[in-house]
Design a binder for this molecule. Sequence first.
Ligand code: XMP
Length: 430
Amino acid sequence: MKQDMIVILDLGSTENTVLARRIRDLGVYSEIHPHDITAEELQALDNVKGVILNGGENRVVDGKAVEIRPELYDLDIPMISVDYPGSRCGTQLQQLPGEEALKAFVFDTCKAEANWNMKNFIADQVELIRRQVGDGKVLLALSGGVDSSVVAALLIKAIGQQLVCVHVNHGLMRKNESESVIQVFRDQLHANLIYVDASERFLGKLEHVAGPEQKRKIIGGEFIRVFEEEARKLEGIEFLGQGTIYPDIIESGTKTAKMVKSHHNVGGLPEDLQFKLVEPLKQLFKDEVRACGVELGLPHSMVYRQPFPGPGLGVRCLGAITRDRLEAVRESDAILREEFAKAGLDKKVWQYFTVVPDFKSVGVKNNARCFDYMVIIRAINTIDAMSATIERVDWDVLQRITDRILAEVPNVNRVCYDMSPKPPATIEFE
Ligand code: XMP
């Protein structure tokens, strides 16, 4: 089934995404495309019912205001413009249309049908994946993060055993995280899952390495090497599944926004390992990815989990990683997550975790002097992770977490709460 689509042409607006989201919220699919799309390219998109020329403050690029190609006006597709002198299109607005005006354009003028929902999306993608892959095999690095988990579930639905998932445990996962990936994907969804416990290998490479950037490089590089070794053992793999999502595409594809960020997921694989990419989530915003995961039956805890950095607990065990401090981070993080869930904060707070610095402080345990580590709790709220404010956690909840960490986590004698917003602090410590 083809979904009706409203195309937004990016003529320098900072609100393309907001507009696309609003149209999708009406149940109509919407995509953002660059201003210089050709008539042919626009027609090649399926079922375009209307176009919005979305101008704005970034319209001047290299000293020149960008324009659409005049040939687009000759297409038989309804158009409106926003903050853009589309001389030849029907309605010109100075700002984004309000709810009623948007509905009138989408449904009355464009006659679009509200057929954008996750059931239809999944049915379409299953079709498309089967058509693309045929009887080939797809390889997927399954970290257990939201995007890779949802891609895996979708690919399993489409091609079952033709999908080979590789889960690399780098030894820096949170408590029970790898176990839950195995439980969900191997036991419940019967995925073809290769589990690689590379903990010792990673910890060996990271021994005595204190620099944050160097730690990240080692973890990222080693991950690619382990994944590559597994890929080479397998035969007849033609495709690589990727959890690319729509914001990645918009961010790397815009021609007007000032900050262009390229995206890279499993980047850096050697040239001779050439795969064709399967990216079934590339049309979805993050909350739609989650809705897709729910629709596919993935557990709530997996679909709604908080962001977790690729280098994992490696950047929360500050300085050179040692096993005792890594254990302290893992155990204290588990306690924090448990207590936040009990207090209902897991649904409210954007990201929360613990950190263990690489120094000790003096304390008293069992009437004797002790010299132990410190656990720092961080809980923040943000919209885009570019800036963040701290959560004002209830004192009693913090006290309970502190008591449990001090009683249950070995080698710890002190718990602190980080009060710093971003900026000047970053969310992570390294
Ligand atoms: P910072 O520390 O830069 O973090 O304020 C912003 C957000 O990004 C996450 N983060 C990472 N995510 N790989 C990731 O996939 C990384 O190397 C990485 N470093 C930070 C961080 O957890 C926060 O949500």
